[in-house]
Design a protein around this ligand. Structure first.
Ligand code: HEC
Length: 113
């Protein structure tokens, strides 16, 4: 019994540690944000602003838009699907990530040889 309790305590501590580590881990925020690069451009700098650039955008604005897409409050062609399944904490990490990126033009694609 003692052994089971000890194992449980160690397991629980492990989970708490993992959670704390991911929430504070900048690579976790980037890995969440990277799923948006396909459409919104690398680091959120979109090509010709279609779809809109996220880089350097206001954090609170980004968070609110994502929550509204997720909750079906803002009509969308595709974003309501991409915002689904994220917690408010994850959306805040994504919004914080893009808000911290310096806005700019998308880098030119490498030349095809
Ligand atoms: C498949 C392409 C695609 C992906 C992937 C994608 N988006 Fe979008 N995003 C769009 C399009 C298109 C719009 C315009 C709204 C619409 O029609 O859905 C948009 C609009 C937005 C807007 C509103 C911008 C504004 O100026 O109001 C935000 C914020 C946004 N996306 C954030 C994200 C985030 C964060 C992710 C990653 C979790 C993401 N998007 C992934 C295509 C995409």
């Amino acid at each position: 019994m003692l052994r089971t309790t000890t194992l449980f305590a160690v397991g629980l501590a492990g989970c708490l540690w993992t959670h704390a580590a991911t929430a504070a881990d900048p690579t976790y925020a980037r890995s969440l944000a990277a799923t948006c690069f396909t459409c919104h451009g690398t680091e959120g700098r979109s090509v010709d602003s279609v779809p809109p650039s996220l880089a350097g955008q206001n954090r609170d604005y980004l968070l609110k838009q994502m929550q509204e897409f997720r909750d079906g409050k803002r009509p969308a062609t595709i974003m309501h699907q991409h915002a689904k399944g994220y917690t408010d904490e994850q959306l805040a990490l994504i919004a914080g990530y893009f808000a911290a990126v310096t806005p700019g033009r998308a880098a030119a694609a490498p030349a095809v040889r």
